[in-house]
Ligand binder design. Structure first.
Ligand code: NAD
Ligand code: WQD
Length: 341
């Protein structure tokens, strides 16, 4: 019998790409999503790419009874829990929504795992748990720092909930993946990032500017202590990131976990500045991105990138797609969305 994986938030940006990779790897997948930040078209994209009619259940993970019905209907071996609200700025304005959605949904998933004997869970964490690290690159041993937003705090709290739960119930295995900055789209351009309203993240803002939806990109600060003065991040291709989830699920299924709770940095290991990223985008795609340097964005950190050697060694996983290919895929997706030839 095939292993069956529940993907919560599976209609979203990372969830769709991960579902595709899971199906490609031979798993049966069920998507649960309340469509609060996604469209059914994304699920159709997944079905088109894979040629599989992946089951979709419109359920809110905060509704335990409704979610319980899904656990009764299917026999899951593993869960990848993406469902969460993710806008940092919005979380400052609506902290209760963020604490309720992100924490309640994880609590429900873990409770139902226990009740239904589901063994394995991958949790979407974030490099945001490191804040501005003193030493770079960051390893998994780098201490977490107090969160600077309710969103960031939910990631730390959820990591702790997962750690404590698997410690109390050793039949459950958990892996938290700390993503750095996911960007890009599937090479088919059938799925990609679909931000609602004005994008807060850099790459969707760049692609929308190149497409003429935005007048210009504002680069937030060029007075940082970095070679060109703009802030540095570790941008990871979303398909590479998706594949890390397949590896993490396989690790637990095959009994390869070293402990019940593990966590890994999922990045490329390369720090790229905002200016370098804008220049690379323009060069690889042959399009102009008008920009203006403005003041720093409140709450931004100066620089961060991952030490990925632990993930490379332990998971046998490595980011493979070049920044150029990833930026080309982001542009191909935006063009498709806007009907640009
Ligand atoms: P996304 O918003 O595209 O996907 C999340 C999905 O979850 C959406 O489809 C949304 O409709 C769904 N959802 C939200 N609350 C739900 C609920 N209560 N019940 C059911 N479905 C619900 O975001 P994404 O970028 O794909 O992020 C996925 C996960 O990865 C999130 O947990 C996010 O915090 C985390 N993460 C994202 C990034 C990033 O930069 N994109 C970085 C680090 C971590
Ligand atoms: C990247 C760089 C901006 C927009 C956020 C969350 C983090 C994680 C990933 C979930 C920064 C600069 C951006 C623009 C710009 N998400 N920028 N002009 O801030 O690294 O991280 O997403 O866990 O928690 O905080 O990503 O894409 O917003 O910014 O100059 O219009 O681009 O200042 O240096 P960030 P980002």
């Amino acid at each position: 019998m095939k292993e069956m994986v529940l993907v919560t938030g599976g209609a979203g940006y990372i969830g769709t790409h991960t579902t595709v990779e899971l199906v490609n790897a031979g798993y049966d997948v069920v998507i649960v999503d309340n469509l609060s930040n996604a469209e059914m078209a994304a699920v159709e994209g997944v079905r088109k790419i894979t040629g599989v009619d992946v089951p979709f259940e419109k359920v809110d993970c905060c509704d335990k009874d409704a979610l319980n019905k899904i656990f009764e209907k299917y026999k899951f071996n593993s869960i990848i829990h993406f469902a969460a609200s993710k806008a940092v700025g919005e979380s400052v304005l609506k902290p209760l929504l963020y604490y309720r959605n992100n924490i309640t949904s994880l609590l429900n998933v873990l409770t139902l795992m226990k009740e239904h004997g589901v063994r394995n869970i991958v949790f979407s964490s974030s490099c945001t748990v490191y804040g501005q690290p003193k030493k770079l690159p960051v390893t998994e041993q780098t201490p977490r720092q107090p969160a600077t937003s309710p969103y960031g705090n939910t990631k730390q709290i959820c990591e702790d909930i997962l750690r404590d739960t698997v410690s109390a119930y050793p039949e459950i295995f958990g892996i938290a993946l700390r993503y750095f900055n996911p960007i890009g789209a599937h090479p088919s351009a059938l799925i990609g990032e679909l931000p609602k309203g004005v994008p807060g993240n850099l790459v969707p803002f760049i692609t929308q500017t190149a497409a003429g939806l935005r007048d210009h990109l504002s680069i937030f600060g060029n007075d940082y202590d970095t070679p060109d003065g703009t802030a540095i991040r570790d941008y990871i291709d979303v398909v590479d990131l998706a594949k890390a989830h397949v590896v993490a699920v396989g690790r637990m299924i095959n009994g390869k976990s070293l402990k019940n709770y593990e966590f890994f940095n999922i990045g490329t290991g390369n720090g790229v500045s905002v200016m370098e990223l804008v220049n690379a985008f323009q060069k690889v795609n042959g399009v102009k991105v008008p920009y203006e340097i403005v003041g720093r964005r409140a709450g931004d950190i100066e620089k961060i990138w991952a030490d990925t050697s632990y993930a490379n060694k332990e998971l046998g996983w490595k980011a493979e797609r070049s920044l150029e290919d990833t930026l080309a895929s982001a542009w191909a997706w935006e063009k498709k969305l806007r009907g640009i030839k």
